[in-house]
Design a protein around this ligand. Structure first.
Ligand SMILES: Cc1cc2nc3c(=O)[nH]c(=O)nc-3n(C[C@H](O)[C@H](O)[C@H](O)COP(=O)(O)O)c2cc1C
Length: 437
């Protein structure tokens, strides 16, 4: 029988939980325990990975101030994903943990060292979400007045990945000898400087960590522009994407696979994961009512527009909610998200855009219904798209224990029953589980 299984990941961040809703968790997840518990739940449901989003600023684009972000707890406070990834990884045995870190923020040596250390701490289950950052506000926290243009950021990131690869290779896999009789820990002939001198980076090396279980972390990427797709197809083990509907999902994946083959890679070694925000209920009607309630909640529109403003640096508070956008908007930030959102030419009002497509920014297809209804739909969608999996998330990334349980104990068992999701991990390392099917 054909293997119909697809991969499952979860996209979240280290921000307040769903604190405003009746089944919220209180809004203070800062000791990490709530998210550690979430990681354990995802492992019970045999997810491939949990991915922690990140940004490096307090947004203040919406309405020209930080008011909306701070009042609503939207995109801020946001704590550092790397220590949380360690906590989640050390509390689990098989789940992959992915932290987002920007090439514009970390010097490559520090990044390689951090990734290597976490990969060792998690016994080979660490992944790095490679981002080049998208905001001038972020740039101002790192000694710049503004970010370089997108194409240059990707050029820098290409060189950055080259340095990373050389640093990881600066220790031969067998450099650690641990010969107690001879008194030798590591063989000095198997550890070499890299003497890298490029256009943007200059690094002597070698790295000062031992080779980690996976050799290097899994690379996750979300390139959407042509340059971004080339970058992702060159480097990524898993690509995360938000598409508008099944046909776009299919096209995106086919395009990535074509690019990867052109660069001499086996496309099957890249797992393309599409964001979805399922709404689950006891009956289809109940799920639909829950969905409508969310879309029509007073906070939903501002939260969506404030988070979009943060990542595109366009002030959506200046536009009339009941009219279409006056012009096609462009950004040096997250252009893929902006283009999906604005559906230029559709004639929809700004409010209709927010409500469209599964509640705004992050759902590739609408999934509303009982676990069985949604599992059936996910199966159909994956069959049409061709692979490789879904990245579960929520419209503005806030989660409650209830929502996590609906997925791990409702949706996932329904997927497993249909042979669409794994029922046990076959391997210990993240890379091996990703390549399992
Ligand atoms: C699912 C998903 C997750 C992302 N996570 C982050 C993130 O955590 N931090 C960040 O700065 N950008 C994040 N991005 C943005 C991407 O890194 C990238 O900037 C964006 O997809 C636009 O790519 P492009 O510049 O090639 O169009 C994410 C994008 C997607 C689709």
């Amino acid at each position: 029988m054909a293997d119909k299984r697809f991969h499952l990941g979860w996209f979240m961040n280290f921000t307040p939980d769903e604190w405003r809703e009746p089944f919220g968790q209180g809004g203070r997840p800062w000791d990490g325990q709530f998210y550690v518990e979430m990681a354990r739940s995802l492992e019970r449901a045999c997810f491939d990975y949990i991915m922690i989003e990140d940004k490096l600023m307090v947004p203040q684009t919406y309405g020209g101030s930080a008011k909306a972000s701070l009042n609503h707890g939207m995109m801020v406070p946001k704590h550092d994903p790397a220590p949380l990834a360690v906590a989640m990884g050390m509390a689990t045995q098989r789940l992959g943990v992915i932290a987002t870190m920007s090439t514009m923020a970390y010097p490559p040596f520090l990044m390689a060292r951090l990734c290597s250390t976490i990969d060792s701490l998690t016994n080979g289950r660490f992944g790095w979400n490679v981002v080049t950052s998208a905001e001038d506000l972020m740039a101002k926290n790192f000694g710049m007045d503004r970010l370089p243009p997108r194409d240059q950021r990707y050029e820098m990131a290409d060189e950055y990945m080259d340095v990373m690869g050389k640093l990881f290779a600066s220790w031969d896999p067998d450099a650690v000898v641990l010969d107690r009789d001879a008194g030798i820990y590591a063989d000095e002939t198997k550890v070499r400087p890299i003497d890298f001198e490029g256009k943007y980076y200059k690094v002597r090396g070698p790295l000062n960590t031992v080779p980690s279980p996976q050799g290097r972390p899994i690379y996750v990427q979300a390139g959407a522009s042509p340059k971004g797709r080339d970058f992702a197809a060159t480097h990524a083990d898993s690509i995360v994407s938000v598409a508008s509907g099944v046909e776009e999902m299919r096209k995106f994946r086919a395009d990535i696979r074509e690019r990867a083959a052109k660069f001499g890679r086996d496309p099957d070694t890249i797992k393309v994961m599409f964001c979805v925000t399922p709404t689950l209920g006891e009956t289809d009607d109940e799920a639909r009512a829950k969905y409508e309630r969310m879309l029509n909640s007073p906070h939903f529109i501002v939260d969506t527009l404030a988070s979009l403003a943060a990542i595109t640096e366009i002030d959506f508070a200046q536009y009339d909610l009941d009219k279409p956008l006056p012009e096609k908007l462009v950004t040096n930030g997250e252009s893929g998200t902006l283009d999906k959102f604005q559906q230029w030419g559709s004639g929809k009002t700004l409010k209709e855009l927010v409500v469209a497509g599964g509640g705004g920014l992050v759902s590739s297809v609408e999934l509303v219904g009982t676990p069985d209804t949604v599992a059936d739909r996910m199966g159909e969608v994956m069959e049409e798209v061709g692979g490789d999996g879904f990245l579960i998330t929520t419209p503005v990334l806030r989660v409650s224990r209830r929502f996590i349980t609906e997925v791990t104990d409702g949706l996932v068992p329904a997927l497993q029953k249909r042979g669409l999701a794994r029922t046990a991990y076959a391997h210990e390392k993240l890379r091996d589980n990703l390549l399992d099917f």
